[in-house]
Design a protein around this ligand. Structure first.
Ligand code: PLP
Length: 394
């Protein structure tokens, strides 16, 4: 018998993927311009020119056996060094290149971290609304997902509930800010509260509790809000980073996992990460893109385009009468569904060729997520469809 659990996982595409596939079929039927696909977080802004220039430079100047060859399992030394040099100067911390593991994007960073930290039935707390793949990643690591609710006004974690959820089985918490799907950035005060609670719970249960920051959207911030750097606030921290969104390189699969240098027995945690990477077959992230990192670290795609999309989309929706959660980052808008059942609302939206992701998949009821990493033209052209959808509820 093959693994039934995996068969089922493979058979059921994520809601987001399913919508995206529906969109592809629908575009063939009625034409691309008539389908308003807001399903997927695929960057619509191209990678900055420096990426192309430096790639050409590497391809022309470097020995191909080096460029396309294996790096060490945890990654190329220069890439790891460039990453910590940048982080340390930007966030005034003292991270170490020896504690950076290069990965195939945030998804790999998360699965490696979970595999490294979790023993069977350890509990992993995530905060609604959360990236749906967390459930898959956590369950596959042998851990148990525990969902904590949020403050309805700020969309930040509900601290009272969090206090109750932490127990002797809690191994780690995952935070994601700027958040997919709400776009909310957790404030410094919020991070300080989480850190202080964790410190007291560590004492109470006499064990380490880790905080894993999933940060593919760190650079996608629109009004210079600060995204607190987690290792400065809490010692047992890890950072799962990805260049997928900041440099518009999601298909190239490049990111890293960093163990905060103040982590208890940080070297052992890093060994566990190397072991997890090895056991999962995640050794040597794509080498061409590792070699690119030193020359592009700190650069981003032109996020002004997303800012403009956000402005246009929010005002268009609010003018019609929709209620939106005002995001500070990422490229998603969380919008209140016009009926209680967000799945039904998303289905009704499909009738108007609007592809909106129902919020139940993010652990919250009654909203849809609109990914606005699309062309401004698509946003403008979707006005009538949003209006008709709204009118259909009157
Ligand atoms: N975490 C969050 C919150 C995401 O939104 C995504 C992708 O959309 C990922 C992780 C995975 O990112 P990557 O493409 O770098 O694997």
């Amino acid at each position: 018998m093959i693994n039934e659990k995996m068969v089922n996982l493979g058979k059921q595409p994520s809601v987001i993927r399913e919508l995206f596939e529906f969109g592809k079929r629908r575009k063939e039927e009625i034409g691309e311009e008539n389908v308003f696909d807001f399903s997927l977080g695929n960057p619509s802004v191209p990678a900055p020119l420096v990426v192309k220039k430096e790639l050409i430079n590497l391809l022309e100047k470097e020995d191909p056996t080096f460029l396309h060859g294996y790096t060490s399992a945890m990654g190329d030394e220069k890439a790891r060094e460039a990453i910590v040099t940048y982080i340390n100067s930007k966030y005034h911390c003292k991270e170490k290149k020896e504690l950076v593991y290069m990965t195939c994007g945030a998804a790999a960073s998360l699965t490696i971290a979970l595999k490294a930290l979790c023993n069977q039935d350890d509990e992993v707390i995530v905060f609604a609304p959360f990236f749906p793949e967390y459930r898959v990643f956590i369950e596959n690591s042998g851990g148990k997902i525990v969902v904590c609710g949020f403050d309805k006004n700020t969309f930040e974690p509900d601290m009272i509930e969090l206090e109750k959820l932490i127990n002797e089985k809690t191994k780690l918490l995952i935070i994601n800010s700027p958040n997919n799907p709400s776009g909310v950035i957790y404030s410094k005060e919020c991070i300080e509260k989480i850190a202080s609670l964790l410190r007291s719970k560590q004492k109470e249960y006499n064990k380490e509790i880790y905080l894993l920051a999933d940060e593919p959207y760190r650079e996608l911030v629109y009004n210079q809000e600060e995204v607190p750097y987690i290792t400065k606030y809490y010692d047992n921290s890890l950072v799962a980073y990805s260049f997928s969104k900041s440099l518009s390189l999601p298909g190239e699969r490049i990111g890293y996992l960093l163990v905060g240098n103040k982590c208890f027995q940080a070297n052992s945690v890093f060994y566990a990460i190397c072991g997890a990477g090895r056991s999962l077959g995640y050794v040597c992230a794509p080498s061409l893109f590792q070699h690119l990192i030193p020359s592009v670290i700190g650069k981003t795609s032109n996020i002004d385009d997303y800012k403009e999309n956000l402005k246009e989309l929010s005002s268009l929706l609010e003018e019609i009468g929709y209620e939106v959660v005002h995001p500070q980052g990422a490229f998603y808008l969380f919008v209140k569904a016009l009926e209680e059942d967000d799945n039904e609302f998303s289905k009704r939206a499909r009738e108007f060729n609007l592809l909106l992701v129902p919020s139940t998949s993010f652990g919250v009821k009654g909203y849809v997520r609109i990914a606005y990493c699309v062309s401004l033209k698509q946003i403008r052209n979707s006005y009538n469809a949003f209006k008709e959808l709204y009118m259909s509820y009157l």
